[in-house]
Design a protein around this ligand. Structure first.
Ligand SMILES: CSC[C@H]1O[C@H](OP(=O)(O)O)[C@H](O)[C@@H]1O
Length: 362
């Protein structure tokens, strides 16, 4: 997508040296667009763990380039194994991390060391290019869900949670892809952007990227989403996901489950957008089988933003004596999901539909 008219992806190989990897440091958004140059696997692992890059598809693409950086330094079997282990240990929930590392290992392990670096960069580039095409297809497949509600120029209100936009992927995004396509086709689409406590990725990332693209949006507290649904202000919910089970259970940013409950209670369609690389075919029960990342309590007890003097400040919002807990994701049972928007089309959130649509990979 574009940032002030300049086309960007969220990750790319440095144009000058053709081997280091560039990312947008998402912890600096929306206040600064900081393009960081990564030169080692360890730097990439940190970028994933500290969420300079985040979002299931982008985590996978980033890990793939992390393997390439590792092999550029040392293309031995031991170096490959170490890179897979270190990168694989950065974050536990998004299945795309495991998917991308397994794909890199399958390509690289059989090769002689001398052939591995070029092959690693080539495979990482393929993962990125495929992600862009996949998300474009998700946008095209999800567009009718918005268009069918836009009859006679009627404004369509979509609620989303967290950030599943172009910066959560290599480009286009998942949940936001249909929204971008609807906007670009002239549909009057408006987005309720839930701030998404505690990391506020809706407020800081989704609002930023929608604003850069000129998509009308309103940032709201997480607790306001149900209220707008009750008052008929939400035509549909579209969220992203970090892992979907073969039975259609959806793991996504903490708070998504509550949106699913509110949507069901108010008859609002609740759609989940995902590439098939986010489906974990090895599990069925999301609640018992998906590892939920527990992040630092300071993400709950503090907030970071721009002070009135323009400086970036972090403030405590919880008494120092109060402990805090910070599960980063929750699981929305398939029964609350209206459907899945995939690169192959719209799919019911159940095993029969998923295995039929993806019989070649299920
Ligand atoms: C397109 S995946 C978006 C998904 O990833 C986010 O998690 P995180 O930012 O912690 O990597 C969030 O759950 C989004 O819905």
């Amino acid at each position: 997508m574009r940032i002030d008219g300049t086309p960007f992806r969220s990750i790319w190989v440095d144009e000058l040296d053709r081997w280091s990897v560039r990312i947008i440091d998402q912890t600096k958004l929306p206040w600064a667009v900081d393009l960081v140059r990564l030169t080692t696997m360890e730097e990439m692992a940190h970028a994933i763990k500290a969420m300079l890059v985040r979002g299931a598809p982008l985590i996978g693409a980033s890990a793939a380039y992390g393997v390439a950086l590792a092999l550029r330094a040392d293309a031995s079997d031991a170096s490959l194994a170490n890179a897979l282990a270190v990168l694989g240990g950065t974050r536990p929930t998004a299945i795309n991390l495991r998917w991308a590392l397994a794909r890199m290992e399958k390509v690289l392990a059989p090769l002689p060391a001398a052939a591995r670096v070029a092959a690693a960069y080539e495979e990482a580039a393929k993962i990125c290019d495929e992600d862009v095409a996949t998300n474009r297809a998700i946008g095209e497949n999800g567009l009718p869900l918005i268009a069918e509600r836009a009859k006679n120029g009627r404004r369509v209100n979509v609620l989303t949670h967290c950030n599943a936009g172009w910066i959560a992927t290599v480009d286009w995004g998942t949940a936001l892809a249909p929204i971008y396509m609807a906007h670009d086709s002239g549909i009057d689409v408006h987005v309720w952007v839930e701030e998404t406590r505690p990391r506020n990725q809706g407020a800081s990332l989704t609002a930023w990227e929608l604003g850069k693209h000129g998509v009308p949006h309103t940032v709201i507290a997480d607790n306001a989403g149900g209220h707008y649904m009750q008052h008929g202000e939400v035509d549909l919910v579209i969220v992203g996901t970090d892992r979907v089970t073969r039975s259609g259970d959806v793991c996504n940013k903490i708070g998504t489950y509550l949106k699913g409950l509110a949507a069901r209670d108010n008859g609002v369609p609740f759609w989940v957008a995902l590439p098939s690389s986010t489906i974990d075919w090895t599990i069925s029960d999301g609640l018992s089988d998906i590892p939920i990342e527990e992040r630092a309590a300071t993400e709950v007890t503090t907030m970071t933003g721009r002070a009135l003097d323009g400086s970036i400040a972090t403030v405590r919002i919880v008494p120092t004596s109060s402990p805090a807990a910070n599960p980063a994701f929750d699981v929305t049972p398939a029964r609350l999901v209206t459907g899945l928007i995939t690169e192959r089309g719209l799919c019911d959130a159940n095993e029969a539909a998923l295995t039929a649509m993806f019989k070649d990979v299920a």
